[in-house]
Design a protein around this ligand. Structure first.
Ligand SMILES: [Zn+2]
Length: 195
């Protein structure tokens, strides 16, 4: 504010200072320089912005520099900080990965001692796979055994066939039949001779 007192003397009037460039008929007033009429009749010039006064009008103009708005130097720091796309954003730390499977039972654990509830999924799958493998192996062995049994039975039948044929030959069935046939022929011949 423009001074209301100068060295303890009250300002009676406060009006715009007239500039020296006033032409005839036209009065040009300063906008920032006031002409102050003091109580004791002095006339001083004052700043419109503050209480600075000076008897010399030309001393006010240099003072006005202090009220010039500072050149706002726009710097990179003054700018509102935007996220720099080149700067990698902080990535939250990954949680520690849990082990995929529980540790295998210790070697001292006797095989099959633990109940199924003690086994994890991987171990159950492995055990099922092993049992499947054992079952298929067992089935293959059974099929093979059945094949051998079948072949043995066929062999026995073949042997029995030979045995039966051999037995027939031994008993002389063919001879008997031949004898019967011969007997009949002989009988027929006798009948012819007798008639
Ligand atoms: Zn001032």
């Amino acid at each position: 504010m423009t001074a209301t007192h100068v060295n303890g003397i009250s300002v009676l009037e406060d009006q715009p200072a007239r500039s020296g460039i006033s032409r005839t008929g036209v009065t040009v007033f300063y906008e920032q320089i006031r002409e102050l009429l003091l109580e004791d009749g002095q006339v001083v010039y004052g700043c419109v912005h503050c209480d600075y006064t000076n008897p010399n009008q030309h001393s006010i103009r240099p003072h006005l520099k202090v009220h010039k708005p500072k050149a706002t130097t726009v710097t990179a720091e003054a700018l509102p900080s935007k996220a720099d796309p080149a700067t990698p954003r902080p990535i939250p730390a990954k949680p520690a990965t849990l082990p995929a499977t529980d540790p295998l039972p210790s070697a001292s654990t006797p095989e099959g001692a633990g109940s199924l509830a003690d086994l994890n999924l991987g171990q159950l799958v492995e055990r099922a796979r092993q049992s499947d493998q054992m079952r298929s192996e067992r089935d293959a062995a059974r099929r093979e055994a059945a094949d051998w049994k079948q072949r043995a039975a066929e062999e026995r039948l073949r042997r029995d066939g030979w045995k039966q044929r051999a037995l027939k030959a031994e008993t002389g069935t063919d001879w008997k039949e031949r004898a019967v046939r011969a007997e009949r022929k002989l009988s027929a011949v006798r009948e012819l001779l007798q008639s």
